[in-house]
Design a protein around this ligand. Structure first.
Ligand SMILES: [Zn+2]
Length: 70
């Protein structure tokens, strides 16, 4: 997945990695909440995460959200 990132995204990812102390990715729980900070994402953001076509960041902690394994 990360191999497709362009340079700008890679830089943002690296910065996020540093800021989140090596945990830049959070799982979007089935109830639409971030697994790291517990903030519930709005439904549009949750849909984008589940489609997986764009990077969506948590509105609470800024981590990249990935859909929970179903
Ligand atoms: Zn969060």
């Amino acid at each position: 997945m990360w191999g497709a990132l362009d340079a700008e995204s890679q830089a943002a990812y690296d910065a996020l990695w540093a800021r989140t102390q090596g945990h830049p990715v959070a799982v979007l729980n089935a109830d639409g909440a971030c697994s790291r900070c517990g903030v519930t994402q709005n439904s549009a953001a949750a849909q984008r995460v589940r489609r997986g076509d764009v990077l969506v960041k948590c509105s609470g902690c800024g981590r990249i959200l990935v859909a929970a394994e179903s």
